[in-house]
Write a protein that binds this ligand. Structure first.
Ligand code: C2E
Ligand code: MG
Ligand code: MG
Ligand code: MG
Length: 276
């Protein structure tokens, strides 16, 4: 009886593993095809400066328009792509497309804004990341000050020395670096003070739940950012109350459904302002 049970358990285990594995392989094949067939597109979420009221930035968010499944969320496919080197190719495409599109808006006479691009851990740890960024800026003719790279708190906090070096090189190049989903990881305040980053992005979890604790956390992140000479942006702002609170606490910028949802490039013309 014991033997039989063992066999059965083993079988169940094996088949669920191979099912997940097959699904992952299928997704990988689909992702490779997606790159070849141009199934990826970028949507852009406007970022509002709370002092001037102007749109000063756009976060580029990847969308996969799958032939059978329709739009697939990056939360689903980015982790799978991250397990393979595909994330590097996808990441390069995102960076190039975001820079190209931002320069295109400048050519069309819109008031320049910063485009923010999310980097995956693998992408950030590539030894030639800085050269890649430099080459893309040259090719697209976008000025480095209109590009921001978003890294997460955990990416910033691992292998401190290598990362400091990369961050200094990026700063010398003239691009901005921000820390995404700030407050969800385990930042060492000591390292944070040495980081050449220009902005902290307060994670939406602290904005959504208007709890006294969260209000205190948001206030202290705003104050800390300013003492470290960094800017601060709140993510996931959905209501007027959240907006009013952030403005009152002197948060620099905000992004969220209250202002705009992520929009396809063709819809941005209504948000960006013409220079003349
Ligand atoms: P993120 O970088 O923190 O991006 C913010 C996410 O919050 C986006 O989800 C955005 O659509 C969503 N969001 C914006 N405003 C609101 C709001 O008011 N309320 C709520 N509930 N959500 C809001 P999205 O587009 O599904 O992206 C999810 C994550 O996928 C991103 O989180 C980012 O980590 C990753 N991602 C997206 N594009 C890329 C990319 O090109 N490369 C890499 N490596 N990761 C990406
Ligand atoms: Mg982001
Ligand atoms: Mg975020
Ligand atoms: Mg994120």
């Amino acid at each position: 009886v014991i033997k039989k049970n063992n066999r059965n358990n083993y079988k169940v285990f094996e088949s669920s593993i191979s099912k997940d594995f097959k699904a992952m392989l299928k997704m990988e094949t689909d992702l490779r095809k997606a790159l070849q067939d141009n199934q990826f597109e970028l949507h852009y979420q406007p970022q509002k400066d709370l002092m001037s009221g102007n749109c000063v930035g756009l976060e580029a968010l990847l969308r996969w328009n799958h032939p059978d499944m329709g739009y697939v969320s990056p939360a689903t496919f980015i982790p799978i792509a991250e397990k393979t080197s595909l994330i590097l190719e996808i990441g390069q495409w995102v960076l190039k497309e975001a820079c190209r599109q931002n320069k295109e808006w400048q050519y069309q006479g819109y008031s320049p804004v910063v485009v923010a691009v999310n980097l995956s851990a693998k992408q950030f740890h590539q030894p030639d990341l800085v050269e890649q960024v430099e080459a893309i800026l040259e090719k697209t003719r976008l000025s480095p000050r209109y590009l921001e790279l978003e890294i997460t708190e955990s990416m910033a906090m691992s292998h401190e020395e290598d990362i400091l070096q990369t961050l200094y090189e990026l700063r010398n190049l003239g691009v901005h670096v921000s820390i995404d989903d700030f407050g969800t990881g385990y930042s060492s305040l000591k390292y944070l003070s040495r980081f050449p980053v220009s902005k902290l992005k307060i994670d939406k979890a602290f904005i959504h739940d208007a709890h006294k604790h969260n209000e205190a956390i948001v206030k202290s992140i705003i104050n800390m950012s300013h003492s470290l000479n960094m800017k601060v942006i709140a993510e996931g702002v959905e209501t007027r109350e959240q907006f009013t609170f952030l403005k009152q606490e002197l948060c620099d910028e905000m992004q969220g459904f209250y202002y705009h949802k992520p929009l396809p490039a063709t819809h941005l013309e209504q948000v960006l302002s013409k220079l003349h």
